[in-house]
Ligand binder design. Structure first.
Ligand code: ADP
Ligand code: ADP
Ligand code: ZN
Length: 213
């Protein structure tokens, strides 16, 4: 199964993708996580991408399409995958179609989490992430068992550098301008599923799986 989680920054894509990983045993491919790993490794690509990420701007399409192409060719993607945070521009979506077509694959479903901007701001302001395993929590809506400690690996939780009010506004603006037009693209392909992402976390998960039944 080839899936995509879609929505504004902070809509809950990563959180819900983890449940898909558990259920279908296919990898989550998060371009954001891959870029952060490249930054941690101080690669040239990571250092270049960081400039855009810190400002809440999108990293250039050519960089992103390159990393996705390599990742989708890996062995673990053979049985399927969950795209998270990619594509974010029409160019990226078209490149993805091309890559999939060339390898005889097709996208089964785009799971889109609809969340109003005011709620996005609250979600991002309270987001805390594990710098080791990438798990995501929220100080109010999705608390870890022990404050500021990852439930899964015991590492201290941190606030992402780009999760600040100014950057979030820019990210949301870029989402509406550059990413939201993809909704029509995937509606036309007949794979788009809209989910009310403003609901409580478990209800969003329930709706998501209903769309896959
Ligand atoms: P969020 O969880 O807020 O949606 P991500 O972790 O997906 O954020 O992405 C963080 C940042 O990484 C983005 O603001 C952007 O700068 C960069 N990025 C991630 N994925 C892409 C992409 N597909 N195209 C361009 N930039 C990307
Ligand atoms: P994205 O991957 O789309 O950027 P995340 O999955 O990281 O979003 O979620 C953003 C923040 O909102 C996190 O702190 C997460 O714990 C929290 N969150 C996710 N889904 C919900 C929900 N349905 N209700 C409340 N908070 C949520
Ligand atoms: Zn962890």
């Amino acid at each position: 199964m080839n899936l995509m989680v879609f929505g504004a920054p902070g809509a809950g894509k990563g959180t819900q993708a983890k449940f898909l990983v558990e259920k279908y045993n296919i990898p989550q491919i998060s371009t954001g996580d891959m870029l952060r790993a490249a930054i941690a490794d101080k690669t040239a690509m990571g250092m270049e991408a960081k400039k855009y990420m810190d400002e809440g701007e999108l990293v250039p399409d050519s960089t992103i399409i390159g990393i996705i192409k390599d990742r989708l060719e890996e062995e673990d993607c053979k049985k399927g995958f969950i795209l998270d945070g990619f594509p974010r521009t029409l160019n990226q979506a078209v490149a993805l179609e091309e890559l999939m077509k060339n390898s005889g694959k097709k996208l089964d479903k785009v799971l889109s989490f609809d969340v109003p901007d005011e709620l996005i701001i609250q979600r991002i302001a309270g987001r805390r992430v594990c710098s080791k395993c990438g798990a995501t929590f929220h100080i109010e809506f999705n608390k870890p068992k022990v404050q500021d400690i990852c439930d899964y690996c015991g590492t201290a939780l941190v606030t992402r550098k780009d999760d600040n009010v100014d950057t979030v506004k820019n990210r949301l603006e870029n989402y509406h301008k550059q990413t939201a037009p993809l909704i029509d693209f995937y509606k036309k392909m007949g794979v788009f599923a809209q989910i009310d992402g403003s609901q409580e976390l478990s209800l969003v998960t329930e709706d998501m799986f209903k769309n896959l039944a």
